[in-house]
Write a protein that binds this ligand. Structure first.
Ligand SMILES: C[S@@+](CC[C@H](N)C(=O)[O-])C[C@H]1O[C@@H](n2cnc3c(N)ncnc32)[C@H](O)[C@@H]1O
Length: 553
């Protein structure tokens, strides 16, 4: 689908045309995406309206491209989508001619475009219409095939970012604004998909998983397991058990590096805003409710905001509130006696959560999954993935839970194993994991936990856990596993791997490495991808978790 060619200028003054075919009476704001002001290519600066005499004689600084984004990061994922949209040959040609950072449009230009695709980060991508050279435009809150009017606000490599001004022709098959439950949708950076049906959201997320393995695994398509439909969250609103609204200190109080910066920061128009990031802007959006958060957190948000308002004069720096949904206490029989939810805001206080028949306590400041409603489905999926395909003779008897947090997988899966060991870098989380094992009736000689880097666990299981009867659950942070962990994992070579990830792109990279490095090995020593599936821990957002199961063949 190509972009339509209507190019409208917001300015009708009879000025000579800029290279974009539009012209701005105002000098464009000098904010060039990732680039600092003095790094903006001279060619772009020339497109500003009134040439500054003094500047015209200044020798333009040599443009230096910023370093490439971290592989698997949001910027890198977005870049791969831009390459997909424009074509590798087009990008290669632009890089060779050093025009990949030369935007053919300027800040403030307005266009009418047709959206080509949805990127994995949830923003829409369109191409600039001819006669512009190939160039992408990133548009928030727009959907494929929609005709939209946008305004250019920022540039990156081969793409400009735009604000969505108007949906000229909506895609009625996808968009239904009556589905939107949040008054801040379209401004808040938190959600991207409230206008979509839930089935469509799940479908888009399956595509993200598929694309991640195409772009990051380095595997042939035949070595990648088919992507199973994304597992739905039982709750599509009111599911988030943790929110962290933030706010700035009053300008007259602000301190930086121990010094008052109040004079510089004095701003009569300043208003206290307590909330989340505004989409595409370095601002905080004032938020009074968040429909994806649990009722308990929404009930607590009002009083928490009032408290900040009444004490704001005491703040010297920006701050973040922590609101975490917790059970007040565990009822002996939660069916007969419903449990009360309370909001915890002290990082060191204990949060209580129930996952199926298991109970967990952990410090509010430590990691725990943020969608309690889907956790029973997630852990039982991981459990049956480990057991499936196993005959009684080969069924895993030992479990290693790498990056175990406060013991979610170790404890919920322990009944299926003779021995379980978890490893985690956060000592507070390990303390909690040990206490959780005891809370759930698991003795330390059956379910043990070690504080340290994930790779440290292999020294203690090597020769103790039978590799051919061991399953390893891997659930690292967004950056994925490091080389040392993967190397030791392959030396140990457990029969089954279940890789749970909050970043499917780094998961694809790591799984590609595991499968690729063992491909030439003898029978019984090669990892094959058995299944791959997205899990929707964050409905209404573009985020997807992913579970990949690998088995030795
Ligand atoms: C996505 S969380 C998963 C936690 C747990 N599996 C759960 O579901 O609750 C990743 C965990 O890895 C831990 N972590 C980060 N880097 C680590 C490392 N190098 N070695 C061990 N644990 C690490 C973090 O503290 C965090 O608890």
């Amino acid at each position: 689908m190509s972009a339509v060619g209507t190019v409208r200028s917001r300015d009708s003054s009879p000025m000579p045309s800029s290279p974009s075919g539009t012209h701005n009476a105002k000098k464009p704001r000098l904010e060039y995406g990732l680039l600092a002001e003095d790094e903006i290519p001279a060619a772009l600066q020339e497109s500003s309206a009134a040439p500054d005499k003094e500047k015209a004689f200044r020798k333009p600084k040599k443009f230096k491209a910023p370093p490439p984004p971290e592989p698997g990061s949001a910027d890198d994922v977005s870049w791969r989508d831009i390459v997909q949209l424009l074509g590798q040959d087009v990008v290669d040609a632009a890089s060779a001619s050093k025009t990949d950072y030369k935007s053919p449009v300027v800040f403030g230009d307005e266009f009418e475009l047709v959206v080509d695709m949805l990127s994995s980060n949830g923003e829409a991508l369109a191409r600039l219409p001819a006669p512009h050279p190939p160039w992408a435009v990133k548009i928030p809150f727009a959907l494929p095939q929609e005709t939209v009017r946008v305004k250019i606000v920022k540039h990156t490599r081969m793409a400009s970012h735009a604000d969505l001004l108007e949906i000229v022709k909506p895609n009625d098959e996808l968009r239904d604004m009556s589905r939107v439950r949040c008054q801040y949708f379209g401004k808040c950076a938190g959600c991207q998909y409230q206008m979509l049906s839930y089935d469509k959201q799940l479908e888009f997320k399956s595509t993200v998983v598929e694309k991640a393995y195409k772009n990051y695994s380095g595997l042939d398509a035949s070595d990648v397991a088919p992507v199973l439909p994304t597992m739905a969250s039982p709750l599509q609103y009111g599911y988030r058990t943790k929110i962290t609204p933030h706010f700035d200190a009053p300008p007259e109080n602000r301190m930086r590096k121990g010094k008052h910066v109040a004079k510089k920061a004095k701003d009569a128009t300043w208003e206290l805003k307590i909330g989340f990031e505004e989409r595409g802007k370095p601002n905080t959006l004032d938020i009074e409710e968040c429909p994806i958060a649990t009722q308990c957190l929404n009930d607590a948000l009002g009083p928490a905001r009032e408290k900040v308002k009444s004490t704001i004069h005491t703040y010297k720096r920006a701050a973040t509130l922590l609101l975490r949904d917790s059970l007040e206490s565990f009822a002996p029989d939660p069916v007969a006696q419903p449990e009360t939810h309370v909001c915890i805001s002290d990082h060191k206080a204990v949060v209580r959560e129930r996952v199926g028949a298991h109970i967990f306590e952990f410090p509010a400041g430590s990691f725990f999954q943020n969608n309690n409603a889907i956790l029973p489905t997630l852990v039982s999926y991981v459990k049956s993935a480990i057991e499936d395909m196993s005959t009684p003779d080969t069924r895993p008897t030992h479990l290693v839970d790498a990056y175990c947090g406060s013991g979610l997988f170790s404890i919920t899966l322990a009944s299926a194993f003779e021995k379980v060991v978890g490893v985690e870098i956060d000592e507070q989380a390990i303390k909690a994991a040990r206490a959780n094992a005891a809370l759930n009736g698991l003795p330390a000689d059956r379910c043990a936990f070690t504080a340290g880097k994930a790779e440290a666990i292999f020294a203690s299981v090597l020769g103790v856990f039978p590799a051919e009867r061991t399953a390893v659950v891997i659930d690292p942070p967004r950056k994925g596993c490091d080389e040392r962990f993967l190397k030791q994992l392959l030396e140990f070579r457990p029969a089954t791997l279940v890789y749970v990830s909050c970043n499917v792109h780094t998961q694809a990279r790591d799984v590609g490495l595991i499968v690729g490095r063992t491909k030439g090995d003898e029978e019984g020593r090669r990892y094959r991808m058995e299944s791959l599936r997205g899990f929707d821990l964050f409905p209404q957002t573009a985020h997807v978790e992913s579970v990949a199961v690998l088995r030795l063949v």
